[in-house]
Design a protein around this ligand. Structure first.
Ligand SMILES: Cc1cc2nc3c(=O)[nH]c(=O)nc-3n(C[C@H](O)[C@H](O)[C@H](O)COP(=O)(O)O)c2cc1C
Length: 349
């Protein structure tokens, strides 16, 4: 980091004080245009228009609000000399995509009824990597049939035989990578999670290694939010990690970008590093990429647009890629390999 930039640790100190001084409910309200929620109330959903963000407004410890605040605290300097129209081509596991902006691993998109298929069709139309979360075998096969190059994220099922079965099915169905969301192993009352009746359990590093060995395609861990877990993933031989708090699954989770640079320092170049949570624009995507992510995923921001069809979702994804390209041009970045964290300045306000 250059001398004129705050260090990451300094920023954390300053921003923590700043958040307290500013009143986070007021900040979130300004962001969303909605009245702040009553603390403790159920999260509010913003429906409707294509570009709207459905991330809930403020609630105590809300990691989504902290994540938005963190994105908005990162400023960009400009670098016009020797700049030109950039390429957003993205290489992953031997394949080339038009954008590093991917879909997020969503599931159960039942409004509209065929939401999961529309979501996959949109990714295919953008030549973007598509992620699928929880779901049954047939749904995955239908998604693959759309032509979307898909990464399947398997839940941390208590029964490892179910994990091995799902890895085999996903590879056979045509997924070009598979993974596991390790952040879904505990429930909110201190026990093991049960998701739609299916029991979950935390995994050991040795178990992750066994999943890696069982998979003939790259294996990815989703839900890494520390250098500690990132190093264990590297040790287990995983091909990539998603730095994520699963949409605020745990209150007070670090914004992914707050830990991203330390994770990049520890394991960058040795595995792929993806980021999700709270990305609603190409500028958010740019900040994650500048700080060392290889690619980013967008989930809830795209969900309301599904009601307008796959073409509308694809249009928004392409617009986000155009936003990314515009900022790359403004900061002298010709392609993704030239992303540079020194473009980012951290605010004192
Ligand atoms: C409706 C819905 C379903 C989700 N299902 C899964 C899932 O099955 N597996 C998973 O790993 N993540 C799942 N997620 C989490 C997303 O992959 C992602 O981590 C989270 O939404 C944060 O990204 P976002 O802020 O862009 O939405 C789901 C999120 C939503 C909103």
């Amino acid at each position: 980091m250059k001398d004129n930039h705050l260090s990451r640790r300094d920023f954390v100190r300053v921003s923590t004080a700043g958040v307290a001084a500013m009143s986070l409910p007021a900040l979130a309200s300004a962001r969303t245009g909605l009245a702040p929620e009553t603390p403790g109330a159920a999260p509010q959903q913003q429906g409707g228009g294509a570009a709207q963000n459905i991330i809930p407004a403020w609630r105590p410890g809300d990691a989504d609000s902290f994540t938005r605040y963190y994105f908005d605290s990162l400023m960009l300097e400009a670098r016009y000399l020797d700049s030109d129209i950039p390429s957003t081509k993205f290489e992953l596991f031997g394949e080339t995509f038009d954008t590093p902006i991917m879909t997020a691993a969503l599931s159960h998109l039942n409004n509209p009824q065929n939401g999961m298929i529309l979501y996959a069709q949109a990714a295919a139309a953008c030549n973007a990597v598509h992620w699928m979360g929880m779901g049954e075998d047939k749904e995955l096969e239908d998604i693959i049939a759309t032509g979307a190059r898909t990464i399947k994220v398997i839940k941390p099922h208590a029964d490892n035989n179910e994990v091995f079965r799902r890895i085999k099915h996903a590879v056979g169905a045509g997924c070009f990578a598979v993974g596991m969301d390790i952040d879904h192993s505990f429930n909110t009352t201190g026990g093991y999670d049960v998701v739609l009746g299916l029991p979950m359990k935390p995994k050991t590093t040795a178990e992750i290694r066994s999943f890696v060995k069982a998979s003939s395609v790259p294996f990815i861990i989703k839900g890494v939010l520390s250098v500690t877990d990132a190093k264990k993933c590297l040790e287990a031989g995983v091909a990539g990690i998603v730095v994520s708090h699963h949409g605020g699954h745990v209150p007070y989770s670090c914004p992914p970008l707050m830990v991203l640079e330390d994770i990049v320092d520890a394991v960058g170049g040795k595995m792929k590093i993806f980021v999700d949570c709270g990305i609603v624009s190409g500028i958010d995507a740019y900040k994650a990429l500048a700080l060392g992510a290889d690619a980013v995923s967008v989930g809830r921001h795209l969900m309301p647009i599904l009601r307008e069809g796959a073409d509308a979702v694809a249009k928004r994804m392409k617009a986000m890629t155009a936003e990314l390209a515009r900022i790359m041009a403004d900061t002298g970045v010709h392609n993704l390999s030239e992303m540079d964290p020194t473009v980012i300045h951290r605010t004192l306000f």
